[in-house]
Design a protein around this ligand. Structure first.
Ligand code: AMP
Ligand code: MG
Length: 413
């Protein structure tokens, strides 16, 4: 039965194909650069002038001609150039300008001797042996990083701090970014109460709603948490009718084979087309990926995520993030994997790819890969164990055992 389900790789390929199809260009808006971190650029940014805009000294020292300095003759100090001053010069033969880091190198100078490498006496300065200066040393030439008009950041890029800095350096006080896709988060289950409520005997708190909201926000979406739907057809139909107003839907719970797993039939009543209704993974095997068509132009992608919190998180990261990234206009969205070295043996499964909550020490000693350890767990509902994890260890389908010391893939959380 389970072999009829797609493997992890097959399911990922199906989702990727749909992601490519929905990678339309969302509407955009202009925002201040200060609030643009995490947003996706809708239009490329160009350099407004050369970067650096002048030949820039990378050291405090003396701007001079290398050939003259290397002769060890003392050079006359012509003056001082601070960062922020207009370019000084020209540099007369036999002289040097005292210069600060970030200041424009005067015309005629081809190098900067570091302060620590010279001896100054009065208004003269000499390069100390055994130092020799190379032509170009400690100078970044004008335009070496980018030329005026060059594209410096491409459309589709999700802005990280390093991009924000470059945008500022290039004079972009505001940037055009795509709207964040709105993602409906519908939790289902009679047993759930909100974090504000008091659980009756047998009830538990709804932790998936806020967890998925934070995963959605982290992936560049705008979470829209709907009230929890009870386990009955009427409640689910009503809730789904609301939820389809979003750009994408995440429904949790109610997708296994139990008596009260009513999400799939409710989606079917909405006319959903099912791309798959299970994947050969653990956790997350009952994952549903479907599409609800509202008109000839609009259809909404829906994930029915298993209710167990760890299954929900893993399946969102593995699959949901791909569609969300595409809807957000993000050119390289989706799960992030890394390599690590396994601390202890881990068993595999013949017909399932396992994703095991694990902790990876990202501060390895030099020349070592980070070490990853699985975290002891009571199963896919164990939030204590999950909160001690920072990744999932990937155990590929058909692996009998991953051996301690082997190099393994991890999915970053
Ligand atoms: P289900 O997929 O509906 O069978 O749920 C599987 C398990 O996950 C059950 O133990 C549920 O109580 C639990 N669960 C379902 N939804 C949530 C939720 N929103 N927050 C926390 N646990 C949940
Ligand atoms: Mg349920």
């Amino acid at each position: 039965m389970s072999s009829a389900l797609p493997s992890y790789a097959e399911a990922a390929a199906i989702v990727n194909a749909h992601a490519a199809e929905c990678a339309r260009h969302p509407a955009s808006e202009r925002v201040d650069l200060e609030s643009a971190a995490g947003r996706v650029l809708a239009a490329a940014l160009r350099a407004d002038r050369d970067q650096p805009p002048f030949p820039r000294s990378t050291r405090d020292g003396f701007a001079c001609r290398a050939a003259e300095a290397n002769k060890r003759r003392s050079l006359a100090i012509a003056g001082m150039i601070h960062a922020g001053q207009p370019p000084a010069g020209p540099l007369l033969p036999g002289s040097a300008w005292e210069i600060m880091t970030g200041a424009p190198v005067p015309e005629g100078a081809d190098s900067v001797a570091m302060l620590e490498h010279v001896e100054r006496s009065g208004d003269r300065v000499r390069l100390l042996p055994p130092r020799k200066l190379e032509s170009g040393e400690n100078i970044v030439p004008q335009g070496a990083e980018a030329r005026a008009g060059d594209e410096v950041l491409a459309a589709g890029l999700r802005l990280r701090p390093q991009h924000i800095a470059l945008a500022a350096a290039c004079g972009h006080a505001t940037v055009e970014v795509f709207h964040r896709p709105r993602v409906a988060i519908l939790t289902t289950g009679d047993e759930l109460v909100s974090v504000h409520g008091i659980p009756a005997p047998g009830q538990i708190r709804n932790s998936n709603g806020v967890m998925l909201a934070s995963l959605v926000a982290q992936a560049g979406g705008e979470p829209w948490i709907l009230p929890t739907a009870a386990d009955n057809d009427h409640a689910l139909d009503e809730a789904l009718r609301q939820a389809v107003r979003a750009d994408m839907l995440l429904v949790t719970g109610g997708v296994s084979a139990g008596k009260f797993d009513l999400v799939e039939p409710a989606l079917a009543r909405l006319g959903a087309r099912f791309h798959f209704t299970g994947v050969r993974i653990q956790p997350g095997k009952p994952l549903v990926f479907a599409e609800v068509t509202l008109s000839s132009k609009t259809s909404k992608k829906v994930f029915g995520l298993p209710g167990n919190p760890i299954s929900s998180a893993a399946t969102f990261l593995l699959f949901g993030s791909r569609i969300l990234g595409a809807l957000a206009g993000n050119a390289c969205a989706g799960p992030r994997f890394a390599l690590a070295q396994l601390a202890k043996d881990v068993k595999g499964k013949p017909n399932l790819t396992r994703f095991v909550p694990s902790f990876c020490d990202f501060d390895p000693s030099a020349s070592k890969l980070p070490e990853v350890k699985t975290v002891p767990s009571q199963g896919s509902g164990d939030l204590m164990s999950f909160s001690r994890s920072n990744c999932f260890l990937v155990v590929p389908e058909g692996t009998d055992r991953l051996k301690a010391g082997s190099i393994v893939r991890i999915l970053l959380i």
